[in-house]
Design a protein around this ligand. Structure first.
Ligand SMILES: Cc1cc2nc3c(=O)[nH]c(=O)nc-3n(C[C@H](O)[C@H](O)[C@H](O)COP(=O)(O)O)c2cc1C
Length: 223
């Protein structure tokens, strides 16, 4: 009867190195994800799980809104990101000045006169250094995309992001239709202008937000 072949010392060392190398690769590829079938590797730590809490998984969604529709879009983006497993804070821009808890930022503004709101531009200008140090995505909410042929204006609407782009380059830009509630517009002249535009059929009054499109954009974000 033949004896089972014995492993030489060299073969044993090679096999050991291959097993350890494979395990290390599996650990680093999977990180510390909770759905990872590989048990957490005690020797490798990803930069996101540094002890001492220097960096967290938190994502910040900030917005500037006048009548509330952009706030609603920000909430929906936050919920979609949270459903992917991220911890998310959704805040008005004025309430945030410390970015250390956040590894990524999503910022959005309502459009007035073809521009992000002044406080939103001020926010990007003031925080450009912090924003440039982490993945940054930007979105806008407007009525032009709610027009019947609104999609034909998408590339024009995209130019309204240029002032933001010139300060911090977003990894992605979301362009969304918003809501028009004429009674909520404070200035009489603006109310008149918008009543006229609705009468002329430029755009409809009411909520034109497309939650499916907003969710799809948020799901596609690589932050
Ligand atoms: C004074 C004013 C100016 C606006 N200017 C534009 C504009 O230039 N282009 C556009 O597409 N929508 C414009 N809109 C529509 C808003 O962008 C839209 O209603 C948006 O959903 C409002 O966001 P909010 O509810 O967060 O304030 C304007 C709205 C107002 C009240």
């Amino acid at each position: 009867m033949s004896r089972p072949a014995r492993m030489t010392r060299r073969q044993f060392l090679r096999l050991g190195a291959a097993v350890l190398g494979g395990a290390a690769l599996a650990c680093s590829a999977q990180g510390n994800r909770s759905d990872c079938p590989v048990p957490p590797c005690p020797y490798l730590k990803t930069s996101l799980s540094l002890e001492g809490n220097t960096m967290t998984e938190k994502i910040l969604v900030v917005y500037a809104s006048r009548a509330g529709s952009t706030a609603g879009v920000a909430e929906a983006i936050g919920k979609t990101l949270a459903a992917r497993g991220a911890a998310v804070d959704v805040r008005p821009m004025q309430q945030v000045s410390d970015f250390t808890p956040y590894r990524a930022v999503v910022a959005g503004s309502a459009i007035q006169g073809g521009k992000w709101l002044p406080e939103a531009m001020q926010f990007v200008e003031d925080q450009r250094t912090a924003l440039a140090q982490r993945p940054f995505a930007a979105f806008l909410v407007c009525m032009t995309l709610a027009m019947k042929n609104g999609e034909a204006y998408r590339s024009h609407v995209a130019t309204w992001m240029q002032p933001v782009r010139s300060l911090v380059r977003p990894v992605s830009e979301g362009l969304f239709a918003g809501a028009l509630e004429i009674a909520k517009i404070p200035a009489f002249a603006d109310r008149l202008k918008f009543r006229l535009s609705v009468l002329l059929g430029v755009w409809p009054e009411g909520d034109q937000r497309d939650w499916g499109k907003i969710q799809m954009w948020a799901e596609g974000l690589r932050l």
